[in-house]
Design a protein around this ligand. Structure first.
Ligand code: NDP
Length: 246
């Protein structure tokens, strides 16, 4: 259980991030909820966590902004007195074939999905080092393992996250801090709702379990990696994909 722990979850206003925030709170953690602009959704997550008797605060922050993430981490440390679990979940897609992909769209996806996680880890690094404890969990994707036509920017960001995860695991392991990645497959959220029925059907057909996962399936894996049960697991990439990327 996670009583007395503080979790910071980016992209916790909706989708997988909200499910992670709720599951960590359900297990006893207080939660700092980070969102990009959707304040109403962030407040809904906050209210749900407060209803469980846990502390929850919301923070509007663009994780792609280095200085803003520094302010965010300083603010959370002041409000909660520490951070035990960092979940880098915020992510976006800007799909297109390389031939037509704008440089700005490549950069925005890398800046949010990959550099965003780097910013958050960099700003919490010395805090975790001093504590000699901590859990960092990065939400990558099976697309980071396999690549995908039309998602060169997204696949690059998610593959980069795996390299970041393993490097940080090696740097901080001796300090008792673990760093792992969770790689979801096709999960039913607003991000995947935007796909055409044809693509959704093709994805379902490719999944051995023949159905999309729920955000809660990812949240359970994150809660495990955040728990004491996972204290000797670091640098791992845990797929939550119904077998898709086997
Ligand atoms: P959603 O689009 O449903 O939610 C995205 C979340 O990220 C929102 O909370 C959004 O905040 C936040 N966000 C977006 N950009 C930023 C930013 N620049 N700074 C801070 N927060 C930001 O996505 P999902 O829940 O589907 O995905 C969550 C993560 O899981 C992503 O990293 C995604 O790549 C990954 N993933 C998802 C899969 C899926 O099938 N859904 C599969 C594999 C991986 P706001 O509400 O304020 O806009």
């Amino acid at each position: 259980m996670l009583q007395g722990k503080t979790a910071l979850v980016t992209g916790a206003s909706r989708g997988i991030g909200r499910a992670i925030a709720l599951e960590l709170a359900h297990q006893g953690a207080d939660v700092a909820i980070v969102y990009a602009g959707n304040e109403q959704k962030a407040r809904e997550t906050q209210a749900q966590i407060q209803a469980m008797g846990r502390k929850a605060e919301i923070y509007c922050c663009n994780v792609a902004d280095f200085d803003a993430t520094k302010q965010l981490v300083d603010g959370v440390l002041e409000d909660f007195g520490g951070i035990d679990i960092l979940v880098n979940n915020a992510g976006i897609v800007k799909d297109g074939m390389v031939l037509s992909m704008k440089e700005a769209d490549f950069n925005q996806v890398i800046d949010t999905n990959l550099k965003g996680a780097f910013h958050m880890i960099k700003h919490t690094y010395s805090h975790f080092m001093r504590k000699r404890a901590g859990r960092i969990i990065n939400i990558t994707s099976v697309i980071g393992l396999s690549g995908n036509a039309g998602q060169a920017n997204y696949a690059s960001s998610k593959a980069g996250l795996i390299g970041l995860t393993k490097s940080v695991a090696k740097e901080l392991g001796a300090r008792g801090v673990t760093c792992n990645a969770v790689a979801p497959g096709y999960i039913a959220t607003e991000m995947t709702d935007a796909l055409s029925d044809k693509i959704k059907d093709a994805m379902k057909a490719a999944i051995p379990m023949r159905k999309p996962g729920d955000p809660e399936d990812v949240a359970k894996a994150v809660a495990f990696l955040a728990s004491d049960s996972a204290r000797y697991i670091t640098g791992e990439v845990l797929r939550v994909d119904g077998g898709l990327a086997m």
